[in-house]
Ligand binder design. Structure first.
Ligand code: APR
Length: 243
């Protein structure tokens, strides 16, 4: 591992690859979700306007799969919890994932920039609440008592991800940026590495199965399954900084 001699804040971006070994599909691998579904049919506001029940069904299947298969965090999620616990400079995880595996593992300082699959958002009153079961078009919002406004609390293509101001602030102030398990194809997350490298002297590290689209911008990269590469990297990092 190259020298990393200060204990500044760490920002970690995670993508679908970190949850792959827990049993969840990625999006763009050959066996990924976008090989089975068209984005335009299930993951845009226009798709929801055209066919709300079809979109609900896509997310109902995702939620059912997670509970029926008893999907659990893997060693990579757990290693990030250890880093958050032991790193003196603060750790923020920004995840593109809509699963709750970081929370299940015990991560606390976490931003779901693309929302969460087990939450429902009322587009009529703005209420957001935990809702792990199936969602249907005739369901009534528990806050405003109206039907027709409920949708999964996920950010679709064409919508703005959550907490972008807080994310930008964390990125420009970090001492180390680690990208884990993302293909680097979806903006704004794909642009985070640019922002970090143009605004700070932070080290930028990629941990992925294979080089991502932005691989040439990383100062260090380690390739392999997340459950192997992430724990080793985290242990080395903590040992190097003697914490
Ligand atoms: N360990 C580490 N990385 C892995 C593993 C693994 N076991 N398996 C696959 N990967 C890598 C792939 O090589 C790929 O680079 O994870 C990455 C997954 O990329 P995508 O499928 O594009 O997922 P992601 O980058 O998270 O997608 C971003 O796209 O459709 C949207 O909203 C969705 O949040 C998602 C966004």
């Amino acid at each position: 591992m190259a020298d990393f001699s200060h204990n500044g804040p760490i920002v970690i971006l995670t993508g679908a690859g970190i949850s792959r070994e827990s049993g969840l599909s990625t999006f763009r691998d050959s066996d990924g979700l976008w090989a089975q579904y068209n984005i335009e049919d299930v993951a845009t506001p226009q798709a929801f306007a055209r066919n709300p029940q079809g979109v609900h069904e896509f997310y109902n299947l995702r939620r059912r799969f997670m509970s029926e298969k008893d999907i659990r965090p893997n060693a990579a999620h757990h290693a990030l919890v250890r880093l958050e616990r032991d790193w003196p400079g603060g750790v923020l995880i920004i995840t593109q994932n809509i699963d709750d595996l970081h929370e299940q593992a015990g991560s606390k300082n976490l931003i779901h920039m693309h929302g969460q699959c087990n939450q429902v958002l009322c587009s009529l009153c703005g209420d957001v609440r935990h809702s792990p079961g199936d969602l249907f078009t005739d369901h009534i919002c528990k806050a405003c008592n109206q039907a027709g406004g409920l949708r999964p609390n996920v950010v679709w293509f064409g919508e703005t991800p959550y907490h972008m101001d807080r994310i930008a602030q964390a990125l420009v102030g970090c001492g180390l940026f680690i990208s884990i398990g993302t293909s680097g194809t979806v903006y704004p997350a794909a642009g985070f590495v640019d922002l970090v490298s143009s605004t700070s002297k932070a080290r930028i590290v990629e941990l992925n199965l294979e080089p991502s689209k932005g691989a040439n911008q990383y100062t260090q990269a380690y390739y392999g399954p997340a459950s192997e590469v992430v724990p080793v990297f985290i242990e080395d990092l903590l040992a190097l900084c003697d914490v």
